[in-house]
Design a protein around this ligand. Sequence first.
Ligand code: PMP
Length: 360
Amino acid sequence: MKRIVNFSAGPATLPLEVLQQVQAELLDWNGSGMSVMEMSHRDKEFMSIAQAAEQDLREVMNIPANYKVLFMQGGATAQFSLVPMNLLRGKTGADYIVTGDWGKKAAKVAAQLCTVNIAASSEADKFTGIPEPSSWKLDPNAAYVHITPNETIHGVEFHTEPDTLGVPLVADMSSNILSRPVDVSKYGLIYAGAQKNIGPSGVTIVIVREDLIGETLPKTPALFDYKQVADNDSMLNTPPCFAWYVAGLVFKWIKRQGGLAVIAERNRHKAALLYDYIDGEDFYTNPVRKVDRSRMNVPFTLANPELDGEFLKGAKAAGLSGLKGHRSVGGMRASIYNAMTIEGVQQLVDYMKEFVRTRG
Ligand code: PMP
């Protein structure tokens, strides 16, 4: 078996231990005589898997008791609509802070359902940082303030929660959930697609303060109503059972690592390794303001873009994959989520050095 070092932005690399456990349990989960893929979601076996996953996530993220944890489908993209459907609560508008393409998309989708106020945007600066909070034009009557704590394409990350003056903070944490401890009580709602730090695609986590749910837009279908989903333990219909199960194994893996404080320190170290090298080498550039740089997604360009193809080809030959930058920005991007090892990042840096030596 030869595993590649996978820098894909998502679906992304998973902890090897977790994959091995999935493999070991694939045909016969815990003496049940069947795969998790084959179980009824109403059977006690799957119920125990589902409940353990929620409990472990609550423990790992230290989620307060007055928050519901939902295991939904439709990816983060579905949440772009579900958030306004559920959180407007009689109000007419919401504030969006746009620091990259994902936040921009979320705002555009929400605008189909409510008045969207772009309270701040860094688009004029090509999404290379977070606008100074003092410049944000927050509306005190907004139903919520939406941020994208980590912009996966541009590699821009919030390192602290903004002060939203009492208006509930909503965060699309798809690409940095579980990468460090967060104070969940500072958020009204957190959502995240699974396929970066949680597990396989197909399950979407929603963590929501319970007093914010139960008042949807008229005609909201039950499946899209957080309150009804919560009241039915995310099983109004057949949930994404296998993805939910693997997510649960990832939460247990995080616990075995020592929890989010240990994971955060490792992520800090990995990001520093890569950024320090890029900053010290003229051939490579990362355009993001240092204080706003992502610890999860590191975009960089080569001094000569004509060498991009050769860089990627050589990387592949060296066992490094998934480095092509998003089509909207070009260049390269190394996604270094929780499951990426320090050794993997070191291999990338070694390859980048070698490329400069031979081709730079
Ligand atoms: N938000 C962010 C920050 C993302 O990185 C992504 C996926 N890359 C999405 C939303 C969209 O996620 P999904 O494909 O799960 O709908």
